[in-house]
Design a binder for this molecule. Structure first.
Ligand SMILES: Nc1nc2c(ncn2[C@@H]2O[C@H](COP(=O)(O)OP(=O)(O)O)[C@@H](O)[C@H]2O)c(=O)[nH]1
Ligand SMILES: [Mg+2]
Length: 440
């Protein structure tokens, strides 16, 4: 995921405070300094950074009673709450009543991902039982029409095209008229972009918007474009009053700061992130889940949701609940390993588990398969008692386990220390989660 470095920097900054019983202002200043560097590196807009850091400072200094939390946990909760706020609204995106007919318009610079995102939206709405209909109103490049038609066809979604027209507004009018003869309820309009914002483009878009009166005007911005994305967003917002952002190319090497800047700088919320070129590579954007991931708290809800199609969700939820209760033994670890091996990429899975974000970055999916098999063998060689109580694992037992699972004693030690570390992090996260409103 983009923002991995930010997530690492945040958890490292907090880790330094774990041994501190009382947090004073200089601890706080140091933490904020480190967070600031991390945010700058992630290409978060300076205006958003200032607002964010000031709020954390105000909250932390103003809060005298930390409840049952340790000070560093209380601080983590403050950072979490402010991150959620920085990331936008927690209102669910695109949650229209089934009976509502919706129209949306995609706008953005050339190459920012409009056409791809139009197809992703069609995919999304189809998966929600809606009946999407695409209109190809980018007449700048003939290839753009073909591109949308190919994507739409692959999704079995009707695409309205008029290759003879030079007038985008007319194409939209005709397209909407034609849609009335189809059994559709979600119209998605792909529009033309330019390399830079220009007046002709804006006028065309403003005309289309005022004719259509769309439910949503969605701006696509490329996560790779860094702080520039926010200037683009602010200026589109001024002319078109956009209803949400789609941050594309959130996969790959993008720094991803756009998602942390949008609300403060451009006054728009991110609604969707694109995570690949394919029509099913996107995620709805949930500020609370993203914040939780960023502070190393994982993203259990997404994990549970993603797993629903593939896994025994009952056991997964039970395991998530146990983790949230601060219980975590080798059986849980074994359970996680088994589930993960069913789900494909360990890296992406790990990044959703509390406290595992940093581990996720060190993971290489090919190596991890081998080590997963090894870890599983080690746990299976433990007795049931040992799996529930790691303190039983003294030297002679470790030798027996190593022999039984065909690995070295170092391997066993490695797994145990990995387990201890994870358990400690989870304990911290769960304590915090119990106190954080809306955390889970
Ligand atoms: N990796 C990645 N590539 C994307 C994503 N969204 C779009 N692209 C690619 O970016 C390029 C431009 O996208 P396109 O939809 O044609 O942009 P448009 O000019 O705004 O319509 C294409 O090569 C897409 O495959 C994304 O979320 N991740
Ligand atoms: Mg396009």
């Amino acid at each position: 995921m983009a923002l991995e470095r930010l997530s690492t920097a945040l958890s490292e900054a907090f880790k330094k405070l774990t041994k501190t019983d009382k947090i004073n202002e200089s601890h706080l200043d140091n933490l904020l300094k480190e967070v600031k560097v991390a945010l700058l590196e992630a290409d978060v807009h300076t205006m958003a950074i200032d607002v964010f850091l000031n709020r954390i400072k105000d909250e932390a200094l103003g809060q005298k009673i930390f409840g049952s939390l340790k000070p560093n946990e209380a601080l983590m909760k403050i950072v979490y709450d402010q991150l959620v706020d920085l990331l936008g609204s927690t209102e669910e995106a695109f949650a229209y009543p089934a009976s509502q007919h919706v129209t949306m318009m995609l706008v953005g610079l050339q190459g920012s991902g409009k056409t791809t995102s139009a197809a992703k939206l069609a995919h999304f709405f189809k998966s929600k039982g809606r009946k999407p209909y695409l209109i190809a109103a980018d007449l700048m490049r003939p290839a753009a029409i073909d591109q949308l038609e190919i994507l739409g066809t692959s999704l079995n979604v009707k695409v309205y095209t008029d290759r003879s027209s030079k007038n985008a507004l007319q194409v939209v009018k005709d397209g909407i008229k034609a849609s009335r003869n189809e059994n559709v309820d979600t119209i998605i309009i792909d529009t033309a972009g330019r390399l830079h914002i220009d007046e002709t483009l804006m006028n065309e878009l403003v005309q289309i918007k005022s004719y259509v009166n769309p439910t949503e005007v969605l701006l696509t911005v490329d996560a790779l474009s860094g702080q520039d994305a926010m200037n683009v967003a602010a200026s589109f917002n001024q002319s078109l009053n956009i209803s949400g952002l789609i941050v594309t190319k959130f996969d790959g090497d993008s720094k991803g700061g756009a998602v942390l800047s949008a609300k403060t700088v451009a006054q728009v919320n991110v609604k969707l992130v694109g995570t690949g070129e394919k029509t099913d590579e996107y995620d709805l954007f949930y500020p609370d889940r993203m914040a939780s991931r960023l502070i190393g708290g994982g993203d259990l809800l997404s994990l549970v949701e993603q797993a629903q199609t593939k896994l025994d969700t009952v056991s997964l939820e039970r395991s998530a609940n146990r983790i949230m209760e601060g219980q975590f033994d080798f059986n849980d670890l074994l359970d996680q390993i088994t589930q993960m091996s069913k789900m494909g990429s360990l890296k992406s899975m790990l990044s959703m588990l509390p406290g595992m974000g940093q581990m996720a970055q060190q993971v290489n999916d090919a190596d991890s398969k081998a080590s997963m098999i090894k870890s599983k063998a080690i746990i299976l060689s433990m007795t049931l008692e040992e799996r529930e109580d790691a303190s039983l694992l003294r030297a002679s037992r470790k030798n027996r386990i190593a022999k039984g699972s065909g690995v070295s004693v170092q391997d066993v030690n490695r797994l145990i220390s990995q387990y201890e570390k994870t358990k400690e992090q989870m304990r911290m996260v769960s304590r915090m989660a119990k106190n954080a409103k809306g955390f889970r």
